[in-house]
Design a protein. Sequence first.
Length: 250
Amino acid sequence: MRLANRVALITGGGSGIGRAIAVAFVREGARVAVAGRRKDKLEEVAHELGPNCLPVQADAGNAKDISRLVKATAEHFGAGAGVIHVLVNNAALLFAGTVESHTEDEWDQTFNVNVRGVWLLSRAVLPHMRTAGGGSIINMGSVLSLVGARNRASYAASKGAILALTRAMALDHAVENIRVNCICPGIVDTDLVARFTPDENTRRQREALHPLGRFGQPEDVAHIAMFLASDESSWVTGAAYPVDGGYTGQ
């Protein structure tokens, strides 16, 4: 029960990596709010995990939704204190494109959710972490926080910004015992990735980019998130963790 009595908020929690993190956190004793746009997916997760999981339909790029989400989490699980101990900023958008092919709307949507949403959520949760005496913010970056890739201009730019924001926040809030770290996954087998691997040949080509010879599974990322949320990482902040099957080691 590595997260016993802790309250966590996970965006993008209805499927893929977010869902896997929610499952792992509840298994280790946390009370978890899962947020996302798709109500049906959130309710499926909550049904599976039981009373320690609160589904909240919310758009991570909408300031009013963020305020409502944080308030609902703190009130539902806060036991009167209104505390939140862990925030996982996992929600993200991905549009394929170059700086020439991207539309302004694609660029703006990407940065609204992937960067502005992380800033707004973190800002909203920080007072609750101070009340708790500290906390852990886990930002979901990407291998593209660290290296480039073709046809991923807006996504790579946004994930690079996430890593820079992680490091800045880690320095700003270390004195408050609030740790901020970044997970940088490679290609993980999720619904999002399935959109970009339409056939077996494409899938095999992309699996071959990883020296371990496979896509990651959501649980591979959840294990690192568990470490960063727990006291096992109490002396870790401002760090980037590639979870990528060796992708960035080449």
